[in-house]
Design a binder for this molecule. Structure first.
Ligand SMILES: O=P(O)(O)OC[C@@H](O)[C@@H](O)c1c[nH]c2ccccc12
Length: 260
């Protein structure tokens, strides 16, 4: 079993356990559930920088990234940096995140927030809404076309933006459908952890223009972004490069100033 299969197998168990404790009505009755969402796709369309900054404490590819900073401080720092949106890892076992991280971020900033999670069930979309997300991630490598269709339709019915993530041509071909807002190319292979922005470049011309193109992972230089912009990318998802520093917000401020 590769790491992605393991994560998803654990996630299935986790979701079933949660379903048995917290009924969907409880999620639907939460204060944030009817909040008006803030579109990340629109923010990216109107931006010249396009940075989506991530909160990530650790990952399977890197044991410790940052266990010291508080999620609120990171969020406030990213907002000061004028990022377009923020991504919050909510998986606990492999990434050290939680839904509480999402909630605390929602309470701290107005930015569009992406729930970064391994989504396999509609229940997780209700959770995303209840904890203040504006955007959800669907990973093509772990979903069938039918699942992508039903999950993205359900997300749209909740006014959530959908970012669909692919890593190769086959995943891209099976996934294209009108209920997606953004297409993200993950430069990191989630099965082997190899990273290269060449994958974003090679897939770019196969992504129809109606979708906002996002390049994800392994981005650490202004040059890489300038280069990816030539290929039509409007969004750049950056985690480690900011999170590995003592003050991720300050690092994002400096980075974005140099990009302008
Ligand atoms: O820290 P990086 O290399 O800048 O990557 C951020 C983000 O793209 C990465 O965390 C990510 C992309 N897709 C994912 C899916 C699940 C978990 C994590 C991810």
């Amino acid at each position: 079993m590769n790491i992605l299969d393991k994560i998803v197998a654990d996630k299935r168990i986790e979701v079933e356990l949660k379903k048995s404790i917290i009924p969907t009505t409880q999620l639907e009755n939460s204060v944030l559930f009817d909040r008006k969402t803030n579109s990340l796709a629109n923010a990216l369309r109107n931006s010249t920088t396009g940075i989506i900054a991530e909160h990530k404490r650790r990952s399977p590819s890197k044991a410790v990234i940052n266990q010291k900073v508080s999620v609120q401080d990171v969020a406030i720092g990213y907002q000061k940096a004028e990022v377009c949106g923020m991504s919050i890892l909510t998986d606990g076992k492999y990434f050290g995140g939680s839904l509480d991280d999402l909630l605390l971020t929602r309470a701290s900033v107005e930015l569009p927030l992406l729930r970064k999670e391994f989504i396999i069930d509609e229940y997780q979309l209700l959770e995303a809404k209840a904890y203040g997300a504006d955007v959800i991630l669907l990973i093509a490598a772990v979903l069938t076309r039918d699942q992508i269709k039903s999950l993205s339709e359900f997300a749209k019915s909740l006014s959530l933006d959908v970012l669909l993530e692919v890593h190769n041509q086959e995943e891209l071909e099976k996934s294209i459908m009108p209920t997606l807002d953004m297409l993200g190319v993950n430069n990191r292979n989630l099965k082997t952890f190899e990273v290269s922005t060449d994958i974003s470049k090679s897939l770019s011309d196969q992504i129809p223009d109606d979708f906002v193109k996002v390049s994800e992972s392994g981005i650490s230089s202004i040059e890489a972004i300038k280069d990816l912009k030539q290929y039509g990318y409007k969004g750049f998802l950056i985690g480690e490069n900011f999170m590995k520093t003592e003050n991720p917000g300050t690092s994002a401020i400096e980075f974005i100033q140099n990009l302008k």
